[in-house]
Ligand binder design. Sequence first.
Ligand SMILES: [Zn+2]
Length: 224
Amino acid sequence: MAMSNPDRNSFSTSIREILHKYNLPLPEDLLQNPPSKHQWKTTFRNATTDYWESTWKEELSTQSTAKYIQVQSAPIGHPHNLWASTNPKPHEVRRAELKARLLTRTYILQSNTVRFNRNEVSATCKLCNMGDETREHLLLTCKAHTQVRSEEMNMLQQIIGRQEFAAIRCNGDLLIQTILDCTHVSLQQHINLSRKQKTDVERWSQIYCEQISSSRTGQLSEAI
Ligand SMILES: [Zn+2]
């Protein structure tokens, strides 16, 4: 962690921002008293879990749309799968945050924008014009991301198995539940995932969401 010039070094700036956001020690303090790898993983996971569980609980208390989130009753020491599957590295944290925004519906899509600018903005997807750009549209059906989706769905099938994949692929609600939070109790009667599979599915889903998001951003900027 080179800290000599944080403004010009995006890597160290990124680390500084992450530490600040999750109320973790300053980089200088970590360099002076470096924790062991195990201590650091535990501290990081507790801090991120604390932050996101309170965000999710707030969301759950106000919105029925947070139905895909499985929130544990005692989160500290038992981080949500999203964070338990994430290594404390800047690019993995960024990816996990993007996934967390999709999970909590705080990732801004046309369908969110229209709530604030009802007269000036349309909820219709700008990339395919074939429906409102909702989270479900983005992740499951938007034709603009078909190639990314089909490649990544093959990966998901390899992780969970052909039969399990067949059980969820035709049911949009089960598929989006698997993408957003594969630990949710509602999935247990349909697919039985091992602990390792839950980690692998979560890591896969973070990459999937990142790729879909990049595909969206790239195509939107080309369209301007
Ligand atoms: Zn679309």
